[in-house]
Design a binder for this molecule. Structure first.
Ligand code: MG
Length: 379
């Protein structure tokens, strides 16, 4: 069934400490989650109602998405919904889903249930049962119990045919601010069906709601591996896993030649399929001559954050006969944990020799390999 949609995002969201519709959730602004959900579900058109001074901002945010327009809303929610309705181009009989931007985790199944319900009702409202018992209280003292039988928690989107919601708003006395569109239609004599809502469709109201919503996001686990080799040459110390280790040789390279951090940087880039360290920091670029490899690692970690992901754990193996790694292993773990902002038990550094065999055994070079586990938002 075709449908149109309106997202109301003109509120100030002061209880969450500012404009919550612009806050980042899982790597995307809150508003974008609902816009993508409605368009991916097949909305013919999407009207995004924002504060007048946010029209440019929403244009940037949704520039790559199809079939949407932004209009300026009003101070009251009802004014914003009216502005959204006025901007629709669909027929009077077309279903319109009206949604709060502050409910980003909108599942296709809820949209399907709303559209089905409109086949027999004038409106449809997603609801959840009230599980906790309800009390009335004053000044931190309980004064009464409220029977929860017949009570439901109302969510959005709420669905109506365009002609039904427009007629209901036309009949609404402006002296009273309606809680939502379902109230407007029901008071105008319409039947509003209650359909099964979704706990993930929670409204982001308080700061702590964002942490809960992050935890609810579908995630995928990714693994990347990295490998690096540098050649030994004359010197007095060597950089390994972010630590300067006294030694009678050094590793030769364009940067500080820290093979441990290079392998780890590649492992993290590999987990997010973001190329390799040479793509991001070309050895031909004089900017990286003698550079500390710390910044390569931090850059890879920032790319993970920018995708809404997080590094879960890392494991580095240094392969050499000398220097002895064990006396420095704790310092290396501490350094990597600090650079990646990880707990120490998520950072492993190991060492092995190759029993005198091969280029590492002959002391020609040092090799390092690493794996990293990353969690990303599911596509
Ligand atoms: Mg290297």
């Amino acid at each position: 069934m075709t449908f149109s949609s309106i997202i109301v995002a003109a509120g100030s969201g002061s209880r969450a400490g500012g404009d919550k519709q612009w806050r980042i959730l899982g790597g995307k602004p809150v508003l974008r989650w609902s816009a993508e959900a409605l368009l991916n579900a097949g909305a013919d058109e999407l009207i995004v109602v924002v504060a007048p001074d946010a029209l440019d901002r929403v244009a940037d945010l949704l520039s790559d998405l199809p079939r949407w327009r932004a209009v300026a809303g009003g101070d009251a929610r009802a004014d914003s919904v009216r502005a959204g309705l006025a901007a629709l181009t669909c027929s009077p009989a077309q279903p319109v889903l009206i949604h709060d931007a502050a409910r980003p985790l909108l599942d296709r199944a809820v949209i399907d249930r709303l559209l089905s319900a409109l086949e027999t009702a004038d409106g449809a409202l997603p609801v959840l049962p009230v599980a906790d018992s309800l009390r009335r209280g004053e000044a931190q003292v309980m004064t009464d119990v409220v029977e929860r039988d017949g009570l439901w928690r109302a969510q959005t989107p709420q669905a109506f045919r365009r002609s039904v919601i427009e007629a209901a708003y036309a009949a609404w006395a402006d002296a009273e601010a309606p809680a939502d569109e379902a109230v407007v239609v029901q008071r105008n004599g319409g039947t509003v069906a209650l359909i099964q809502g979704d706990p993930r469709l929670m409204k982001l109201t308080y700061h702590e709601d964002f942490a809960m919503a992050e935890a609810l996001l579908p995630r995928q686990t990714r693994i990347g591996s990295g490998y690096d080799v540098h050649r030994w040459g004359p010197g007095g110390s060597v950089w390994l896993c972010g630590i300067e280790v006294p030694h009678d040789q050094t590793l030769i390279g364009h940067s500080d030649a820290d093979a441990g951090l290079h392998a780890l940087t590649d492992a993290i880039l590999g987990a997010i399929a973001a190329g390799d360290i040479g793509d991001h920091f070309p050895p031909t670029d004089p900017k990286w001559k003698g550079a500390s490899s710390d910044q390569f690692l931090i850059h890879a970690a920032e790319l993970v954050s920018a995708r809404g992901g997080r590094i879960v754990n890392v494991d580095v193996t240094l392969i050499c006969e000398r220097p002895k790694v064990k006396p420095h292993r704790q310092a290396m773990r501490d350094r990597i944990a600090a650079l990646l902002d990880l707990p120490l038990d998520a950072v492993s550094v190991k060492a092995t020799t190759t029993e005198g065999l091969g280029f590492t055994g002959r002391g020609e070079g040092l090799a390092a390999q690493a794996v990293a586990t990353v969690e990303l938002p599911a596509p």
